[in-house]
Design a protein around this ligand. Structure first.
Ligand code: TXA
Ligand code: MG
Length: 346
């Protein structure tokens, strides 16, 4: 892999330089425990505008604000409900984003005009950077809008050759944070690296309010039939509660077909032997080695490898993926696969 000159190995010096850039209103890409983020000072509207411009992100898709500690959190939220305090005590720092009522100091650009703000306290290097910067950091995933989220510094540099990137190696989870709201009832808005099962231990009544629009929606078919759409685009309007989830996402550079059953994947592959198969290790014996891109065994491992696989440069006319059980982190994996797929086959 070629090292680009905008990529800087994370160390005390580069962290200080990155924090200074953030304070000056510039963009910095940095690793979190989930995916790489493209950060700017959340309280500086001009800095935040650079994020939307660089990503080509629609203005109605609000950003997550990252805080280093609870004192910084109080600069952006109006109040901390007891349930939010419980969640924070249990899961922060970590891959959980909580939607809370926002203070007026947070520019409406950050929240796309909503009176709520999505906040999280990240782990490790990301938290160190936010604390060094001394300001809350708005950061979406560091990919061009519609592309798979970046899990390495090289992915970020591919999409943003001119942005200062801190390289902290591959990210731990490889999937974005889980987004929850507490109002009017606690509910998951976006599946993510923290499983619903873990959250439910803290919130027994947890519901779900995900947006169902996805690239493959309405294109579920049988093996062999149907065309593939390549261009990501906004889906039909829907009452999106996590606005970003209504946009199509994670689009690989070629068609991706999601198979719900192993048998349909195998039969499709027989007539499309130049395809690249993205699958759990356990089904690898059904396909020639040169056609395989193995994702791993556990849902966690598959989650960690998924976005890099969607960016693969390996040969293959199309990408064929196999569904995994919607349990634990498997739910987030399936959410991303469904959104990335040009169509689904039963
Ligand atoms: O793991 C992550 O969450 C990564 C890292 C960088 O922290 N960030 C990330 O950001 O995935 P982004 O912008 O790609 O996704 C943010 C999601 C979108 O679905 C957005 O609609 C939702 O959070 N969101 C942000 N503010 C919201 C709000 N006030 N109410 C509801 N949903 C909100
Ligand atoms: Mg994103």
């Amino acid at each position: 892999m070629v090292r680009r000159n905008n990529v800087h190995p994370a160390n005390a010096r580069s962290l200080r330089a990155a924090a200074a850039r953030l304070r000056r209103g510039e963009l910095v890409a940095f690793p979190t425990e989930t995916v790489y983020g493209l950060g700017a000072n959340a309280l500086d509207e001009r800095a935040v505008a650079k994020i939307f411009a660089a990503k080509g992100r629609p203005g109605d898709n609000p950003l997550i604000v990252h805080v280093g500690d609870l004192k910084m959190l109080r600069r952006v939220i109006r109040r901390m409900p007891p349930l939010a305090a419980r969640l924070a005590a249990q899961f922060w720092p970590g891959p959980l984003t909580i939607v809370l009522s926002k203070k007026s100091s947070v520019p409406s650009l950050v929240t796309a005009g909503l009176d709520t703000v999505a906040v999280r306290m990240p782990q490790g290097l990301a938290r160190d950077l936010v604390r060094l910067a001394g300001v809350p950091i708005a950061a979406p995933s560091a990919n061009l809008s519609g592309r798979p989220s970046p899990t390495t510094a090289a992915h970020v540099a591919e999409d943003f050759p001119d942005v200062y990137v801190l390289d902290g190696g591959p990210t731990a989870h490889g999937l974005e944070s889980t987004v929850v709201t507490l109002e009017p009832h606690p509910a998951v808005l976006r599946q993510g690296a923290l499983s619903e099962e873990s959250l439910r231990k803290c919130i027994p009544g947890l519901g779900r309010r995900e947006t169902s629009s996805r690239r493959a929606a309405g294109r579920v078919g049988r093996a062999g039939g149907g065309g593939a759409r390549r261009r990501p685009r906004a889906a039909a309007p829907s009452p999106a509660v996590s606005p970003g989830t209504k946009y199509t996402h994670y689009a690989p550079s070629r068609p991706l077909i999601l198979f719900l059953r192993k048998s349909s994947l195998r039969s499709y592959f027989r007539s499309h032997p130049s395809a690249l198969v993205l699958c759990p290790n356990r089904v690898s014996s059904f396909f020639p080695k040169q056609n395989l891109l193995l994702l791993g065994n556990s849902p966690e491992e598959i989650g960690r490898n998924l976005f890099a696989a969607l960016r693969t440069r390996r040969k293959g006319t199309e990408l064929l993926a196999l569904a995994i059980p919607r349990r634990g982190v498997g739910r987030a994996v399936m959410d991303r696969l469904t959104r990335a797929a040009t169509r689904m086959v039963r």
